[in-house]
Design a protein around this ligand. Structure first.
Ligand SMILES: NC(=O)c1ccc[n+]([C@@H]2O[C@H](COP(=O)([O-])OP(=O)(O)OC[C@H]3O[C@@H](n4cnc5c(N)ncnc54)[C@H](O)[C@@H]3O)[C@@H](O)[C@H]2O)c1
Ligand SMILES: O=c1ccn([C@@H]2O[C@H](COP(=O)(O)OP(=O)(O)O[C@H]3O[C@H](CO)[C@@H](O)[C@H](O)[C@H]3O)[C@@H](O)[C@H]2O)c(=O)[nH]1
Length: 432
């Protein structure tokens, strides 16, 4: 099939590449000229495991190419995916301006039948809006599909190639058949395609993210309470997770959820509720609890240093919002760093992939280490914000010999509390 993907960010580039991987011919469009030039020269502009292998082989096979021209893309693609940003507006709602702009251009450029597929996370009514915008500008036949994306950064390629489910929201039987044909090769083990109306598809995405964020937040509150009463959240978590109705996943407490999705999507659903006269009380609480959770280790650090964090050297391990990505959008690490900077601490940070993005935001307000041991040299404390695999089994003797005093604040519960005690390391984690 001939496909155009508009927007080549974390979703668009993975979508385009993985569609090419299944034998489709794909053209990816972005209005960031520099990004397009980098991709044309063979560079993957983001860090996403395994993406480079698929990217290279599909370019080589001429199934994948890049352009800044929407016109060229529409000439080529019969199915047009929108993978455009829907960032948070000041009032919490999703900013649809990227989508409406592109859709207006599509309305002006469309010359033959297209299926316009929205992969961005959008509020109820967006598919209807897209239809209205295009219909006003052309009499050419087209259909609109809501096809929310559920991939996770860090495992995005695998999630796209082997989705647990595909959701298709459309009122056009013709478009539904085209989408079913496109996605059938990705569905193994009888994983389902759910066909529904557009509004239900749009809600499914927000509801899924909100449920997952609620699960994490519930566990964060249990962890905070465990700390207060001297219980161990690891034991509580594993025993709870053994109940299949609860499940083991997304029960890991820590310094809150971050990323390009959960924070903005919860706020968008909450605001959408308000617009329709419905108060999502649970979401309101989740959003508030998570705001606090992102900096939950800060009071502990202040108290350890007797309210004197000025000029204290703090090493930070992990800057990205989760492991195996360079994405720092809404990363809890940045909230902790902001608090520490306000108090005059000196930060020396290390992350396997996210340093270039952090450097663009903070410049020389921070120091950046060349590896995880480099940053702990002469440090008064080590703060762990992201559970990259390389942090899980470090050389503690080396850390002890490099640090001023062996002090670890761990926002991801990486180490055994008893082992830390035996090693003579002051260790504060979450809920243990
Ligand atoms: N990141 C994720 O893990 C994820 C997963 C599922 C769904 N989503 C949703 O998918 C959407 C995209 O998210 P993302 O993380 O890929 O965003 P992103 O910011 O990484 O990528 C968006 C891309 O669109 C490009 N763009 C902006 N305006 C354009 C225009 N007029 N023409 C062409 N290109 C344009 C940008 O240059 C950028 O490359 C959002 O709605 C998001 O909520 C994201
Ligand atoms: O037990 C857990 C699991 C996750 N997190 C945190 O939750 C955030 C989000 O993690 P994750 O869901 O793994 O990453 P995302 O790439 O943001 O993926 C989410 O957001 C995407 C964008 O909408 C969806 O497509 C995915 O299905 C959804 O999982 C991160 O900060 C994690 O550290 C926890 O604190 N504890």
């Amino acid at each position: 099939m001939h496909i155009a993907v508009v927007g080549t960010g974390y979703v668009g580039l993975v979508t385009g590449t993985c569609l090419a991987e299944m034998g489709n011919s794909v053209i990816c469009i972005d209005n960031d000229e520099d990004k397009v030039n980098r991709m044309k020269s063979g560079e993957v502009p983001i860090y996403e495991p395994h993406l480079n292998i698929l990217f290279e082989r599909n370019i080589k096979a001429k199934r994948l190419r890049f352009t800044t021209s929407l016109e060229e893309a529409l000439d080529f693609g019969n199915i047009v995916f929108l993978a455009l940003p829907t960032p948070e507006k000041k009032d919490g709602s999703a900013d649809l301006s990227y989508i409406t702009k592109v859709v207006q251009d599509i309305g002006d450029l469309i010359e033959d039948y297209k299926v316009i597929v929205n992969k961005s996370t959008v509020p109820v009514g967006t598919a209807k809006l897209v239809k209205e915008i295009i219909s006003k500008r052309t009499s050419v036949d087209f259909d609109v599909v809501s096809n929310p994306e559920f991939l996770r950064e860090g495992v995005a390629v695998d999630d796209f190639l082997r989705p647990e489910r595909v959701v298709i929201g459309s009122s056009s039987q013709k478009a539904i058949e085209i989408m079913k044909r496109l996605f059938k090769p990705y569905l193994r083990n009888n994983n389902p395609i759910f066909v529904m109306d557009e509004a239900s598809a749009e809600i499914t995405k927000y509801a899924s993210n909100s449920f997952l964020a609620t699960k994490i937040t519930f566990m964060n509150e249990i962890a905070n309470f465990c700390e207060r009463v001297g219980a161990n959240v690891d034991m509580v978590r594993t025993a709870m997770g053994a109940d299949q109705r609860i499940g083991k996943q997304f029960l890991y407490p820590g310094i809150g959820y971050g990323g390009a999705c959960f924070p903005k999507d919860l706020k968008a659903l909450h605001k959408l509720g308000k617009d329709y006269g419905y108060n999502f009380a649970v979401l309101d609480a989740v959003i508030k609890v998570n705001e606090k959770q992102k900096v939950i280790l800060f009071p502990s650090m202040e108290s350890y240093f007797k309210n004197d964090l000025k000029a204290k050297k703090i090493a930070v391990w992990g800057l990205s919002f989760k492991p195996e990505t360079d994405d720092i959008r809404e990363a809890p690490s940045l909230y902790m760093i902001d608090e520490l900077l306000k108090k005059g601490s000196k930060i020396n940070a290390f992350d396997p992939e996210a340093i270039p993005n952090v450097r663009r935001k903070y410049g020389n307000k921070l120091q950046y280490g060349k590896d995880m041991y480099d940053v702990v040299e002469g440090a008064d404390a080590l703060l762990i914000c992201t559970e990259w695999a390389i942090f899980r089994n470090p050389n503690f003797e080396r850390i002890k010999s490099l640090m001023n005093v062996a002090v670890i604040f761990d926002g991801r519960n990486l180490f055994d509390t008893i082992e830390m005690k035996e090693l003579g390391i002051y260790y504060q984690s979450i809920g243990r």
